[in-house]
Structure formats: C-alpha cells, structure tokens
Design a protein around this ligand. Structure first.
Ligand code: PLP
Length: 420
C-alpha cells in the first residue's frame, strides 16, 4: 500500500499536453494584424520551410491534420477500391482509416518486441501471401523508430510504396536519417498531444515535386488554373490555417528541448523501475534515436496478475507482488495522474475484425479480447500475437514534459506500490 505521504496531485499530471513558449502567440498575432487569417500566409510558408529543414525532405505541404496528410498519401499511392494495403497493426486508427477512405483494404502486420513496431519478418510473410500488394503504411509508435531500413528493403524488392506515419516521431531518427523521410510519402502531425503542436495540423513530406504539387492542388478543392472555379478532379479542404501555422512556427525551435525533456523522463522511469519485474518500451540504441514522446511500461509475464478486458470494461484480481495495466492506470487516476493503455491493435478492433492479420507464422487468429494473462496461449506456449501481448501487459505512463522531477518521483512510487 501507499505511503501516507503520497498525496493526490493538486494539478493533474498529464500523459502529454501542449507546452507553449511565447513565440506562438507572436506569430498568431502577426497573422491577425496582417489579416492573413486564411490558408495562405507567411506562417504556412515558414512551417513548410522548417519542416524540410528539420526532416531533410525536399517538399513539405502543411495540412489541417496528420490524418489529412495520410489521406493524401494514400491517394498519391494510387490505392483503388479493393486494393489490399499492408498496415501497422499496433497503432492509432488514424494510420489506417485513410486506406478505407479510398476503398482500400488494410491487412495488418504483427508487431515485433524489439521496437514495438511493424515486424519485418511478418511483412515478408505477408508478401509471400499477397505478392500483389503495392503499398505499405508503417508507423513509428510512441516516437520510437521501427526497423524502417529493413522494411524499406523488403518493400523495394516487391515494388511497394511506403507511406510512413511519423505523426508521433517527429525529430526521431534511424541510422542518422529522420523518420518521415524513408517512405515515398511521409506524414507528421501537430495535434495537441504530439511532441510539438499547432493545436491541430499536419504535413505531408516527399522528395517528389509532382506529388507535392498534387497535394497542394487536391487540398485546396482541386481548383484548376482558370478564371472561375474549374474542377477536373475531386478536391478537399485540407490546407493548414495561417493562424495554426503561427503556433507550429513558434514551437519548432523548441523541438530539441522537448525531446531532451522527454528523454530525461524516460531515463528517470527506467532507473526508478530497474528492480521491478517490468521493462520500458525498447529501442535499438545503436541504430535509432527516438524522440521519447511517450514512456511506456511492459510488465513481465510472471508478474502479471489476472486481468481480463471486454470491449468496454476491464477487470483484474489484485495479487501480492504482481500487477497489471488496469490496476496501475486506475491507481494513477486515483492520484490525479493520466496514463493510458497501449494503443489497442487494429486486428482486435471491432471495425477491422474481418480484415487480414499476418504474424511471423502466417495468417493470425482473429482478434479477441477475452485474453487472460497466464491463460490463453498458443501451442508453443507463446501468446497468439505480439500486438495483443503488448496491449495486454503494457501501458503508457504520464510523459508530460512539464511534469516536475518531484512529481515523477511520486508517479514512480505510485507504480511501485502496485507491485507491493
Ligand atoms: C496523431 C496520430 C495521427 C493523426 O494525426 P492528426 O494530426 O491527429 O490527424 C496518425 N497516426 C498516428 C500514429 C498518430 O499518433
């Protein structure tokens, strides 16, 4: 049980909230005072320039959201109704929904333990089963780069285009190259909880000028060059606002500072939990530099108390020396701190239950939530699939870069108390 000296936080400790610095307001005000209250203006130009400078991509198109950028990328990849598209499985659903917007059919690729991202071995398996697939949507979860060079090699062999969802990983790099620039099309997000934010917004990254020009056109209702509103293609209203762009412009110079703060949070958790039967979300220290957007915890199998999750509710049985994500999240909430379950894998989502799901072994079993720790294992004694296992045993810890060291020390004590 908890010490009496651990009190409820008077100010909520957030998972990840916006951190403003001042210049954001200056650039927003500039948009107002110069009356560029529109989807054109200096701030947008600057955001696009800064995005290219940060990532190393040749062209960046600022859009209203990362989801809009993903939609444009799916269109650029030429996905047509009925086309299968390989997608990350353990990710936020915004990664895969745009495939459906275009009538494509996501086929989910299992996760690997090394980075919690798409498993290249499972991807190879998927190409053996569906060699005709021409596009792969791959995400870098929680700011940790996946094995993107390995994935790119496989995609190149099969002539498949990569759409790289770097919404959570702006500033992270793999073998010295920034995430978002490995794919033919890359996507970043400036949503309110991301490492830097505009309150909303996103961008499409590419080295292909024609692709960038197409997105500029499509995202402004696909107007043709004519004296009147002339349309030959389907258009969208997806451009970023110059006011939002002011916030992003003000945030960009603080990206590195945010990454350092997030890294320090990750390291403190790692140190604080080193004698617990848990591990942190892993990354390949030789090959990658994450942006440490969210710090996550994975409970060792033998230290899991019984936990069962339905579609909307969860139950667990408290046990001495053991815990589970539900217990930890409920305990954190009691003390006014916000954690979150691991993003529930897409193959376990009711909306995608009929879609294909491919593990290293081949066709994966249909997702089920009725997974009880220590209970339902495959014949080899391992869990059915990696994504389900990480979802079951993992959780996201409060990772706000405004959290003080003292607050984090308390969070560590609260989590530790769950294993008492
Ligand atoms: C946030 C996020 C998106 C979507 O970005 P928005 O700007 O919120 O539309 C896409 N993919 C992942 C992995 C995300 O975390």
């Amino acid at each position: 049980m908890l010490d009496d000296n651990i009190r409820k936080f008077s100010d909520k400790v957030w998972l990840s909230s916006p951190t403003m610095h001042g210049p954001e307001l200056k650039y927003m005000t500039e948009a107002y005072e110069t009356n560029w209250m529109s989807t054109v203006g200096k701030n947008i130009d600057e955001v696009e320039r800064m995005t290219c400078e940060q990532t190393g991509c040749k062209y960046a198109v600022a859009l209203s959201a990362g989801t809009a950028a993903l939609h444009m990328a799916v269109k650029l990849a030429g996905i047509k109704p009925g086309d299968k598209v390989f997608c990350s499985d353990m990710t936020f659903d915004a990664t895969v929904n745009p495939v459906r917007y275009e009538g494509g059919e996501p086929v989910f690729i299992d996760t690997e333990y090394d980075t919690w991202n798409m498993d290249p071995v499972a991807l190879e398996q998927a190409f053996r089963m569906y060699p005709e697939v021409k596009a792969v949507v791959v995400a870098h979860l929680y700011g940790t780069p996946g094995k993107i060079n390995e994935i790119k090699k496989i995609c190149d062999q099969h002539g498949a285009v990569i759409i790289e969802d770097a919404a959570e990983s702006l500033g992270a790099s793999y073998q010295g190259v920034q995430t978002g620039t490995f794919g033919t099309y890359g996507v970043i997000s400036f949503n309110g909880n991301k490492i830097i934010t505009g309150s909303a917004g996103g961008a499409l990254l590419t080295n292909d000028k024609k692709a960038a020009d197409k997105v500029r056109k499509w995202s402004t209702q696909a107007r043709e060059n004519a004296p009147w509103y002339q349309h030959e293609e389907l258009g969208y209203n997806y451009r970023m606002s110059n006011v939002i762009a002011g916030v992003v412009r003000g945030q960009y110079p603080y990206l590195q500072e945010h990454i350092s703060q997030k890294r320090a949070i990750y390291e403190r958790y790692k140190e604080g939990f080193k004698d617990l039967p848990v591990s942190m979300n892993p990354y390949d220290a030789d090959k990658s530099e994450p942006n440490f957007w969210l710090s996550c915890l994975l409970i060792n199998n033998e230290a899991m108390c019984r936990q069962v999750r339905g579609e909307r509710e969860a139950l667990y049985v408290s046990e001495q020396g053991k815990s589970c994500p539900t217990e930890i999240l409920e305990t954190l909430a009691k003390y006014n701190a916000e954690g979150r379950p691991i993003w529930k894998p897409m193959h376990m989502q009711p909306i995608y239950r009929m879609n294909g799901f491919i593990t290293r072994e081949g066709s994966g079993r249909a997702g089920t939530n009725a997974y009880i720790s220590g209970g339902e294992l495959g014949e080899d004694g391992k869990p059915y699939d990696v994504g389900m296992d990480i979802f079951h045993r993992g959780l996201c810890l409060p990772s706000d870069n405004k959290m003080t060291e003292q607050q984090q020390e308390q969070i560590i004590q609260i989590v530790r108390s769950c294993f008492d």
